[in-house]
Design a protein around this ligand. Structure first.
Ligand code: HPA
Length: 287
């Protein structure tokens, strides 16, 4: 089938994203070029934005609402060190029953708002045995085993091409900024491959063992739908995981959501310091 041409009727997703983007921009004078998805426990970063304007997801046309605990569910527009940003305090996940398109919808909205960079954060299980609980890991690449993809369906050429390249999903320059700033902050910092599953259960030890042989360093239940939509639209991506626990079978301990939250809370300040350090560099790189 030939590609649909832009003159064709816009998809419902495009029309809805356009409407949401206009709504958000009508609430602020800021023009954020950097969007952030703040995962479990990291939403607090948005409370530190200056000149903040908070918009509950429920007020934004067509925006999905998070049901997960630890996710506030509002968009915070503001500045970090003078850089205009849009921060999602909370995200939705496939395991909540949302489709990959719904999970990725906010990214479509950011694209329509003119965002050029996306910083995604998440909590993940550590598969790489050189990691330890509390480590921060810049995502170098991902393996999508979610069985879902937001790009399935008629392609919207206004967003991007039918067959988007995924050779450098996680921007090498942004990763360099993280390495440079991470060194100064002396944090427990690594780079690794993130393997995404739909969840909601944690993995079995046999799954973790097999994922290690596949080349995965981290495992989690989020991020990939948003990242695929961002790259489809040419948005440059930085992904950072917090290793909230070593993955199933490594220590022998059972995995709990409490442990994930506790570690996330413990590392939060360090994680925020790293984000604050890289945001101005990312802004300069895009100027
Ligand atoms: N597995 C999947 N997702 C996660 C984990 C894990 O061990 N920890 C935090 N999110």
């Amino acid at each position: 089938m030939p590609n649909r041409k832009p003159k064709e009727k816009a998809t419902a997703e495009f029309v809805q994203a356009e409407k949401a983007a206009k709504f958000i921009l009508s609430k602020t004078k800021l023009q954020p070029k950097i969007a952030l998805v703040l995962g479990s426990g990291l939403g607090a970063f948005a409370d530190e934005f200056e000149n903040a304007k908070k918009i509950p997801y429920a007020k934004i046309p067509h925006f999905p609402r998070s049901t997960a605990i630890g996710h506030a569910g509002q968009l915070v527009l503001g500045t970090v060190d003078g850089v205009a940003v849009a921060g999602m305090q909370g995200r939705v996940h496939l395991y909540e029953g949302y489709s990959a398109k719904q999970v990725a919808f906010p990214i479509r909205v950011f694209a329509r708002m003119g965002a050029k960079a996306l910083i995604v954060t998440n909590a993940a299980g550590g598969i790489n045995l050189s990691y330890s609980e509390g480590a921060l890991v810049a995502i170098r690449d991902h393996i999508n085993l979610q069985g879902a993809n937001p790009l399935i369906g008629p392609n919207e050429d206004r967003f991007g091409p039918r067959f988007p390249d995924m050779t450098r999903v996680y921007d090498p320059e942004f990763r360099r900024f993280v390495a440079e700033e991470g060194k100064k902050l002396a944090s427990n910092l690594h780079e690794g491959v993130y393997l995404a599953l739909a969840g909601p259960n944690y993995e079995t030890p046999a799954e973790i063992h097999s994922f290690r042989t596949l080349g995965a360093d981290l495992v989690g239940m989020s991020t990939v739908p948003e990242v695929l939509a961002a790259r489809h639209s040419g948005i440059r991506v930085l992904g950072i995981s917090c290793v909230t626990n070593m993955a199933a079978g490594i220590t022998g301990a059972s995995l709990t959501a409490e442990e994930v939250f506790e570690t996330g809370a413990r590392v939060k300040d360090q994680f925020i310091a790293l984000l604050k350090a890289v945001i101005p560099k990312i802004a300069r790189a895009m100027a």
